[in-house]
Design a protein around this ligand. Structure first.
Ligand code: F6P
Length: 403
């Protein structure tokens, strides 16, 4: 060990001498002296952060990664804005210290609060006991200036990015982070939160197998996902569903019943159907659970599982039940995959801010994090392609898509 150490020392001394003689060290020193810390270069002193849209596991992991990286690398102060764009318009925010964002990696939800209703350009402004509907984007800009923000990091889905894109045009320096359990954002292979939602649904499907078998029933499990079938597809395959119904493949009720009946005739008395909330029969429409008038995207889907369960029971005679998993898919601690992805996204977002590369959003392509302009994501929905490899694999193991 001693001999190895001394050899090592001799080697490094002679290398240092060699570099000094040939001037290599001088060149290196010069470039080091020129390099300014990023905060001096771009003067990033204060950065706001908000979480918009429906909450999702991994939001706190992103907040932590953005804040810790920026505090460490640029020395910036972090301003946490309350309840998404609501807080930006109403001027509700607080300073976030390093300690504030420590220990939140595994926490579900968002420490900042969120809102999937508030759009500064069409805002429901509380004025005394009344609510006035008006464009409050100038109030949002005024708060951005009042808080002396050099940049604002917006965590959200297509709706949040749609608003962010308009705020950019008003002069705000914005960096986005792609969030949603639905995994339906354009330009990115994965949004954080999706993996957790799929795990929750898969566990639920695993559990209903035994009760369906005990009672010789058809159980229809409904997932979230809006107009895209990503959650139902992944959890349906992972949970071994017999039938998966997604919005991208409108189903034929006859075909669904035929699968249930033919299984019954082969003494497979139980059938598991996983249905996305946005699924619909051929020529039919998605089932709307409610409309929220003060929301920019007022339609809330829900109830297709009951339609399918009733149809199956009526036409096949197999007793059926509907199970709507609902918000349980959005709650709780993120999976290891989502924690890691959220940290990668948050770190990249902080880098974009530090380098002054505003108007951009980190995305995942394959296993690589890169970034694209926010406008390419704003207001767009990424659906499951009919030739998705997972659909092909599912068909390979005789999973039906109800067609
Ligand atoms: O976009 C996320 C999501 O959870 C959708 O899957 C679902 O349709 C919707 O939000 C539910 O919204 P809310 O929280 O308003 O009921």
């Amino acid at each position: 060990m001693r001999v190895l150490l001394s050899l090592d020392t001799v080697l490094s001394c002679s290398l240092a001498y060699f570099f000094r003689v040939f001037g290599v060290v001088t060149v290196k020193k010069k470039s080091r002296a020129k390099k300014k810390p990023p905060h001096k270069k771009n003067r990033i002193r204060r950065v706001g952060i908000l979480t918009g849209g429906g909450d999702c596991p991994g939001l706190n992991a992103v907040i932590r990664a953005v804040a810790k990286t920026l505090i460490t690398e640029t020395g910036a102060g972090i301003v946490g804005i309350r309840d998404g764009f609501y807080g930006l318009v109403m001027g509700q925010a607080r300073e976030l210290s390093y300690l504030d964002v420590s220990g939140i990696l595994t926490q579900g939800g968002t420490i900042l609060g969120s809102s999937n209703k508030d759009n500064p350009f069409d805002f429901y402004l509380p004025v005394g006991p009344k609510v006035v509907r008006k464009d409050c984007s100038k109030m949002a800009l005024a708060n951005y200036k009042k808080w002396k923000l050099d940049a604002l990091v917006c965590l959200g889905g297509d709706g949040t990015m749609f608003v962010a894109n308009r705020l950019i045009k008003m002069g705000m320096n914005i960096v986005g982070v792609p969030k949603t359990i639905d995994n339906d954002l354009a330009e990115t292979d994965r949004t954080f939160g999706f993996d957790t939602a799929v795990s929750v649904v898969t566990e639920a499907v695993d559990r209903v197998h035994s009760t369906a078998a005990s009672h010789h029933r058809c159980l229809v499990v409904e997932t979230m996902g809006r107009y895209a079938g990503w959650i139902a597809l992944y959890a349906g395959v992972a949970g071994g569903a017999d039938i998966i119904l997604i919005p991208e493949i409108p189903f034929n009720p006859e075909a669904v019943c035929e699968v249930v009946s033919s299984r019954y005739n082969r003494r497979k008395y139980a059938t598991i159907i996983v249905v996305a909330e946005g699924a619909m029969p051929r020529g039919g429409k998605a089932v709307v659970e409610r409309e929220i008038s003060d929301s920019p995207d007022p339609v809330r889907l829900g109830g297709i599982s009951k339609v399918v369960a009733d149809l199956v029971e009526k036409r096949t005679g197999v007793e059926s039940r509907a199970i709507i998993l609902g918000h349980v898919q959005r709650g709780g601690t993120p999976t290891a995959f989502d924690r890691a992805l959220a940290t990668r996204y948050g770190y990249r977002a902080a880098q974009l801010v530090a380098k002054g590369r505003f108007g951009r959003i980190p995305v995942l392509k394959g296993n690589r994090i890169t970034d694209v302009p926010i406008r390419r994501i704003a207001g767009k929905v990424r659906k499951v392609a009919r030739n998705n490899p997972l659909i092909k694999a599912a068909r390979g193991v005789n999973t039906s898509f109800g067609v």
